[in-house]
Design a binder for this molecule. Structure first.
Ligand code: FAD
Length: 329
């Protein structure tokens, strides 16, 4: 079968990677002239290795520690003797994964009547899958996120996450190969985010960029076998982690294609779906009560290891009970 994948981010490239060497002929169309240009902090959490061999040359550092702050106050400084994840060079990661894959760059796909066209030519494919990220999704389903690249010498093994009582969102300081990626995303306007991020920016600014991040959870109307990745809503809403869950959604899509199964049913059965929806539910509840009090209580009272498990999407019902019921009541 000819498969057209629209969008060459982690979801689109990994989908083509999972289908490589099978009877399916996959072409990825990417609007930009290079892969991985979308603003991102390049953190991938543990578990991705179960799905994909992360190209060694794309690993900038292995993460072993987390610091979590609430309103500037350090709540947890947790170190593990095992890996929590990686900082990757995302463009290099995607370039390496795309080896042997038909990727057409500078190929923005547009709809002309019933047809899909790229650079004036009709796309001929039996199946079309959209991995277009947040682009094309209603902005009410996402939040703005901005990020500074600085020369601050962040410990390469530690990521810092910041939470606030006056912002439904999160800030971060992540290491990278030239210093740090320091940003903030939240349910607010960009000028407020710019002011807020000043509190955590360290080092000399080398660059600044921004994009939106989905915080809605799975967009049910898109659960029709045509969407993967952030275009489907696969971002952990409480932390903004989207690379790993997007790749996981593509694994489910690839398996559905290979086994002739219904993607929607398979996806709904997955732990990924459940955990993404729990994260989204936490955000929806906070939005509807217009307060971050519940989250604050959890952060202040819970066992830090449980908080990390929740952040990583690696929790079960018992963990949820311990985290939310015990701490909020
Ligand atoms: C500032 C910021 C920091 C972030 N940091 C992290 C982080 O550290 N870790 C993490 O896990 N997540 C992070 N995220 C989220 C993460 O970047 C995304 O969730 C993830 O990249 C989603 O992958 P995707 O392939 O679904 O979509 P994307 O990466 O958005 O890729 C979609 C691709 O589709 C292309 N495209 C769109 N429309 C068309 C079209 N019509 N034709 C052709 N191509 C098209 C786009 O150019 C793009 O390359 C961050 C997001 C932001 C904004």
């Amino acid at each position: 079968m000819r498969v057209a994948v629209i969008g060459g981010g982690p979801a689109g490239i990994s989908l083509a990677y999972f289908l490589k060497g099978t009877k399916h002929e996959v072409t990825v169309y990417e609007a930009l002239d290079s892969l991985g240009l979308k603003p991102c902090a390049w953190g991938v959490m543990r578990g991705l290795e179960e799905y994909i061999t992360i190209p060694r040359e794309s690993i900038i550092s292995t993460l072993k520690g987390f610091k979590i702050y609430l309103d500037g106050k350090l709540l947890y400084d947790v170190r593990f003797d095992h890996s929590l994840g990686y900082i990757i060079d995302k463009p290099l990661f995607l370039e390496k994964l795309s080896e042997g894959i038909d990727v057409r760059k500078k190929s923005k796909v547009t709809k002309k009547g019933e047809n899909l066209e790229v650079n004036g030519e009709k796309i001929e494919a039996e199946k079309v899958i959209y991995s277009t990220g947040h682009y094309g999704l209603d902005s009410s389903l996402s939040i703005p996120a901005i990020q500074y690249l600085t020369n601050y010498n962040q410990d390469p093994e530690t990521v810092e996450m910041y939470f606030y009582s006056d912002l439904l969102g999160y800030g971060w300081v992540f290491p990278d190969n030239v210093g740090a990626r320091i940003g903030i995303g939240g349910y607010s306007e960009v000028p407020f985010l710019k002011e807020k991020v000043k509190q955590i920016v360290k080092g000399k600014t080398l660059g600044f960029h921004g994009a939106r991040v989905v915080d809605y959870g799975i967009v049910e109307s898109r659960l029709n076998g045509e969407y993967v990745g952030e275009a489907l809503g696969t971002v952990y809403a409480v932390t903004g982690e989207g690379i790993r869950p997007s790749i996981m959604s593509s694994r489910i899509m690839a398996d559905s294609i290979l086994n002739n199964e219904d993607f929607s049913k398979e996806f709904k059965k997955s732990k990924l779906y459940w955990s993404l929806q729990i994260h989204a539910d936490v955000i929806k509840r906070a939005k509807s009560s217009n307060s971050t009090k519940g989250l604050e209580k959890v952060l202040m009272r819970a066992d830090p290891k449980l908080v990390i498990k929740f952040a990583l999407g690696d929790f079960d019902k018992t963990d949820l009970f311990k985290l939310f019921l015990r701490t909020v009541i």
